[in-house]
Design a protein around this ligand. Structure first.
Ligand code: BES
Ligand code: ZN
Length: 483
């Protein structure tokens, strides 16, 4: 073990640049670290453990083993640039509560309705095919950098075609990878200091020298193409956000969230007020019964998760032309770039393509190609959810509260009693359903009139969404927590 330690130190001092080529510091689940140490005792040093997270010094071989394990829901790791950063990362987090703006509302019906009709799966398919055609986007390969530069051009052309001088695209260079990231910004018209961000990673991987062939169609050309379609539709509808909206394509996620970690840390250091971050990583493999799986890992925001569910209940119900069915799943580790945002104290969520165990088995191989997922029908649903999220959190500067369901509605939950009241309208409430986070209907009530109370005594602790339907078939949704 001592010899290996010396070798590690030697390697670290001779080459410091590219994480994957040399042993490096990382954090990972403590039990995974112990398992890995059993399997590869000479390739991992556990430096310290706090709660269930370990700071480790790990070899390239062990990192590859982790990646292989991920295919059968194994552990993951998060790259750290130094021992100090690894140790710091396992310290308990102090939430940056002063940044949180949890008043997520739904009232942009007209803008959302217009946007949903414009989503085209074909655009997503075209871009996935473009991205997989690079052959590899592994972070050390020239094709990876080229794909980012080309994406910048594509985003710029889209903004230019829409005559947007409130849009800019920039390249972000990194310390721990030679590959850059790309960021497109729509500056907020009213509150430019408040940020709403959607992102995904543009790099890909496959084992060993197989990195020469790493098409990464689902992981994660699908996510990049999904957020590009969101932007395209926003431009087509001339959406001018009140808050600043950003689209991010991260470098080097596959070697430990490198690009997103540097950007999220920089935002945090500069006290950038990110209201919410949503990750799109793998949006097109129809492996499970539902369309979208909300990940419920502890570092994700429960509020943001409940809000995404509320959006789907409101805009994508069973009778809707834009139906989206959903369930929940979990990675059980920091499995994608949203972790970098959560790790820096921001509200983050990760809606995913399938339940974790039924997700695309071809990822991280030369077989992660578009034909495995079929058409982009599935990713189009994620683009719709992305549009609902961006339009409702950033809010339109031109359209105010919707005409469709702009009802004045009081809704309060306290002591397991729900109070409701419709004001300034003759509309009456026909029925109400309470949905839990797995999408199950757990309570219903009918004939509610204009005001009243409903007992929630039967509900256990958790997050719920109440969906009210009026006699004019308008929908009102409210999320609430039972403590
Ligand atoms: N898209 C995957 C993460 C993923 C895979 C989520 C399967 C759910 C199911 C992502 O690109 C990835 O490979 N992440 C790494 C994370 C790591 C390097 C920090 C992983 O899971 O090993
Ligand atoms: Zn991956």
């Amino acid at each position: 073990m001592k010899k290996i330690t010396l070798l590690f130190v030697f390697l670290m001092t001779t080459a410091i640049f590219l994480a994957q080529e040399q042993p490096f510091y990382a954090t990972m689940d403590a039990t995974d670290a112990i398992e890995l140490q059993k399997e590869l005792p000479d390739d991992i040093q556990i430096i310290a453990t706090k709660q269930n997270q370990s700071a480790v010094f790990i070899s390239e071989e062990a990192a590859h083993t982790l990646h292989r394990n991920v295919l059968t829901h194994g552990p993951g790791y998060v790259f750290k640039a130094s021992k100090e950063k690894a140790l710091q990362a396992i310290e308990p987090k102090v939430p940056k509560t002063e940044r949180r703006v949890l008043d997520f509302t739904i009232n942009q019906d007209a803008a959302v309705a217009e946007a949903l009709d414009l989503v085209e799966a074909q655009n997503i398919e075209d871009q996935i095919l473009e991205l997989q055609a690079y052959g590899t986007r592994y972070h050390t390969k020239p094709q990876a950098e080229q794909s980012v530069l080309d994406l910048k051009d594509k985003w710029e052309a889209m903004a230019q075609a829409a005559n947007r001088d409130d849009v800019s695209v920039r390249i972000v260079n990194h310390v721990n990878t030679g590959m850059p990231s790309a960021v497109m910004t729509i500056e907020g018209a009213e509150n430019p200091d408040e940020f709403v961000i959607i992102g995904g990673h543009i790099d890909s991987t496959a084992p060993g020298s197989g990195n020469n062939t790493a098409p990464g169609a689902d992981d994660d050309a699908s996510g990049i193409s999904t957020i590009t379609e969101v932007a395209r539709v926003l431009f087509e509808t001339d959406f001018v956000p009140n808050r600043t909206v950003e689209f991010m394509a991260f470098a080097a996620e596959e070697i430990g969230l490198v690009g997103s970690a540097e950007i999220a840390e920089e935002y945090s250091n500069n006290n950038v007020n990110v209201i919410a971050y949503v990750q799109f990583d793998m949006t097109n493999f129809p492996g499970s019964a539902n369309d979208v799986y909300i990940t419920t890992d502890s570092y994700n925001s429960n509020d943001l998760n409940a809000y995404l569910i509320e959006l789907m209940e409101y805009y994508n119900g069973a009778s809707s032309e834009h139906e989206i069915t959903y369930g929940t799943t979990a990675c059980n580790y920091g499995c994608s770039d949203h972790f970098s945002w959560a790790d820096n104290g921001y509200e983050a969520a990760f809606p995913f393509e399938a339940s974790f165990s039924e997700s695309n088995p071809s990822i991280h191989t030369s077989g992660d190609t578009y034909d495995v997922t079929g058409d982009a029908f599935k990713a189009a649903k994620f683009a719709k959810l992305g549009l609902e999220f961006v339009i409702e959190t950033a809010k339109s500067n031109t359209l105010s509260v919707s005409e469709i369901s702009g009802l004045d509605f009081d809704f309060i939950v306290a002591n397991k009693i729900l109070n409701y009241k419709i004001k300034n309208s003759t509309d009456r409430l026909e029925k109400m359903a309470v949905i839990d986070v797995s999408g199950k209907q757990v309570l219903t009530a009918t004939d509610l009139g204009q005001q009243g109370t409903i007992s929630l005594e039967s509900l256990s602790q958790g997050f719920y969404v109440a969906v009210f339907t009026t006699d004019a078939n308008k929908k009102l949704t409210k999320k609430f927590i039972v403590n």
